[in-house]
Design a protein around this ligand. Sequence first.
Ligand code: SF4
Ligand code: SF4
Length: 142
Amino acid sequence: MTKAKQTAQEEFALLELSMDEIVDKVEELSGENVFDCYQCGMCSAGCPLAEEMDLLPNQVLHALQMKDPEAMSANSMWICASCYTCQVRCPKGVDLAKVMEAMRQIYLRKRMDHVSLDGLSHREIRRLPQIAIVASFRKKTG
Ligand code: SF4
Ligand code: SF4
């Protein structure tokens, strides 16, 4: 198991929520019904960041439907750029960007930030585009 994967699983445990509670929360925060998805895969076929994700967008929904904790420990929600390509392509009108945002919010509302300036070296802070750092803060901190 990679260190990142282990950390993700530890963070999931810290949420102290059952998958039933998480799916209810995702639906409440996103306004989407994750069970509307019938796994056609159109979202994943068009997602520009699918290659970077542990679970493809349709697999995230499948994991939520199955109440599989992998949905919450995969990196997919943090990789998603909220570009809405998946929503446009979905024949069922599922807004996956909102689902991913709701999943992120479950962590961020527990003050479990996913970016920390303390974790960056001086070199990284100097070299990273400032807009990338600001964008990361907006998306990955509560
Ligand atoms: S909104 Fe997220 S999941 Fe959907 S296509 Fe864009 S990057 Fe992929
Ligand atoms: S395009 Fe819609 S119905 Fe098809 S797999 Fe993706 S979310 Fe599910």
